[in-house]
Each structure stands twice: as structure tokens, then as C-alpha cells.
Design a binder for this molecule. Sequence first.
Ligand code: IMP
Ligand code: MG
Length: 176
Amino acid sequence: MADKIEVLLTEEEVNKRIREMGEEISARYEGQSVTLVCILKGAAPFACELAKRITIPVEIEFMRCSSYGNETQSSGVVKIVQDLDHPIRGKHVIVVEDIIDTGRTMNYLLTVLSEREPATLELCALLDKPDRRVTDVQVDYLGFEIPDAFVVGYGLDYAQKYRNLPYVGICTPGNP
Ligand code: IMP
Ligand code: MG
């Protein structure tokens, strides 16, 4: 049986919301510049779209972590697989993430990044599943709050598939 994908947020809805988030960030940091830290791989499509909607100067950095777990759940043990190329000390940093689920990944990463003494450190996430939270995480800019379902598309994957879908859909895996 094939995986079933049901549209949750259309491409138009997602892009409209990202445009608003870009405007909010531009207004908040008016006259300054921001460093977007894109968390690979899932946040890449979101970070690209967001960066295009920010009207103040932007630097884009990438970071990749692995959170030892299975395909649909993180374990809380986070490892930085690829670190930033440049120091962030004194910069206005916004971490850009695809989805906050248990909150463990971001809780760890924000602690690590804050130790590097950025001027400010905020979190921007496309999606939030608050029902599943086990660790407190403050999301400063949020695209959408969604129910406790496994979603794919707009960067999010199921076993590395479906990142390229231009919308967000609820995925019900079929048999392998
Ligand atoms: P957390 O540490 O539990 O908050 O896990 C966050 C990470 O788990 C995200 O960056 C995603 O990579 C992955 N994740 C959590 N929920 C989903 C989902 O519904 N679809 C795809 N990936 C997810
Ligand atoms: Mg991720």
C-alpha cells in the first residue's frame, strides 16, 4: 500500500503566512541586519522563502543536527553534525526550523547557540505541535499551530521522501 498524504496547509496558505512572518521580522529589526540559522535539511525550503520576504539585510547560515531516533520521533539526544561557518557573537540570530514537536532539538540547540553570545537569539518555526511538547521552548515567530499528526512537505520528510511537496500534508505511511 502506498503512503497516503492529505493536504493540511495549501501552498498558498503557507506562502502567505511566510510573507507575513518576513514582514514581522523586517519591522522588528528595522535598521539592523539578521542572521538566519537554517536547520538542515527540513527548514531549507522555509528558510529560502522567508529570506526572500525579509527586507532588511540578511545573512544565511546552515546547521545540521541529528536527533537519534526513529523515522517519526526524536530521542532527545542531539548531535551537531554540521556546525556554522562563522561566529555569531554580537549578531541578531534567528534560528529557522521546520517544526517543533517534543521541543528537545530546539531546547538543546538554543542553549548551545546562546553560549556563543549573539546580541539576540530568537526562534522562527513554520509549524508547532504543542500537544507533544516535553521541554519548554519559546517560539518567537510561528507559522501554524497544527494537531498531533505526522506531516510532510515544504521540507518535512518521511524517510527522506516528500520534502519537495509545495504544501504541508498529513502522512499515513503505507506498508514498506
Ligand atoms: P523535536 O526535538 O521532537 O521537537 O523534533 C523536531 C524534529 O523532529 C523536527 O526538526 C523534524 O525533523 C522532526 N519531526 C517532528 N515532527 C515531524 C513531522 O510531523 N514530520 C516530519 N518530521 C517531524
Ligand atoms: Mg528537523
